[in-house]
Ligand binder design. Sequence first.
Ligand SMILES: NC(=O)c1ccc[n+]([C@@H]2O[C@H](COP(=O)([O-])OP(=O)(O)OC[C@H]3O[C@@H](n4cnc5c(N)ncnc54)[C@H](OP(=O)(O)O)[C@@H]3O)[C@@H](O)[C@H]2O)c1
Length: 358
Amino acid sequence: MRYKLLGRSGLRVSEVCLGTMMMSTESPSSAGPEESRRILEAFADRGGNYFDTANEVYSGGLSERILGEFVASERHRYVVTTKYTNTLHSGFDPSIRDHPNAGGNHKKSMVQSVEGSLKRLGVDYIDLLWIHFWDYSTDIADVMRNVNDLVRQGKVLHFGLCNTPAWVVARGQTVADQRGWEPISALQYQYNLVSRDLELEIIPCSRALGIGVNAYSPLAGGFLTGKYTRGDSTESRRFDSEFFKQLTFQFDEKAYDTARKVDEIADRLGTSSAAVALAWVRDRGVIPMIGARKVSQIEDSLRYLSLTLPAEDMQALTEASAPVLPWTYHLLHGDDSRIRQLAAGGMLDAIDNEHFPC
Ligand SMILES: NC(=O)c1ccc[n+]([C@@H]2O[C@H](COP(=O)([O-])OP(=O)(O)OC[C@H]3O[C@@H](n4cnc5c(N)ncnc54)[C@H](OP(=O)(O)O)[C@@H]3O)[C@@H](O)[C@H]2O)c1
């Protein structure tokens, strides 16, 4: 296992993060408490120290409890991150009405959620608090000040944003820098071989502002593990459930072609499809946040840690999964580089541009 510095914080996190979203009660798509503990142990045994969870929105708080029990005896070793914004009460059922401050990015929601998380996790402090998604209601300057207060109280050490537009990230970091507040250390978005939109704004934004980028669902929720494409799977799969099918991904023919390409490369390299898909995310400079429902899955996925993806396979996967770019992005960095040549005096190929490697 290697370790990364998270943003500008100096905090050392394992090169892969373990997510606990599916750690709850036993079900066809979740791991129960016993199996969850074994998954957490397998990850920590390999040197993993970086964990992601969320407030009650993950299994009514059970995911935080399971993680809290695991880290209790060696709290100092682990980087425990959790999220606020969502509440269990509003959930995904539109018929349930709670109260208007039950969620959101504002201070009341933040403070209430953090107090609940500290109790469920059984910890004195949270290593990194995430906003779960942008609420289009709260001023990011207020959010930065409010989280800075929690940092000063010692309840939270660092801060990150999930699912937030790049302009909000940029304004938040600028305000925090100007006022000497706790900066944004990490960003968390969906990123994998069938969902690459964060390359447009988020990755360049993070590089310019010194923020680490984390990819949730790096296996596209299991779609890139071969069990949807090889035709020999007998185990239960997340997207056999109507709930998940509607919630997240729509897999089109291009996605299936990409997944089959992953299988083909895995077979040739003598490894698993999951390992190839995760190595691709790693080699794009993004920290994968993986999930697992069973120990055998985490063991299989972590094979990527020792996998070197040949440059030609990396390129083939990047080309096969290339998104269709909206016009402005096509103009600025699509295949046709004539506009960029104008801005580079015809010397585009002689300029190393680390800000925009995509
Ligand atoms: N910030 C956010 O909005 C957000 C959103 C989503 C997730 N997250 C975080 O990111 C973490 C990871 O997300 P994710 O669970 O979607 O990640 P993922 O790694 O893409 O998918 C994990 C799922 O894929 C299947 N799987 C994993 N490894 C496998 C293997 N080697 N072989 C076969 N199947 C395998 C399992 O599902 P089945 O066996 O049931 O098919 C497992 O639950 C979450 O736990 C959470 O912490 C954050």
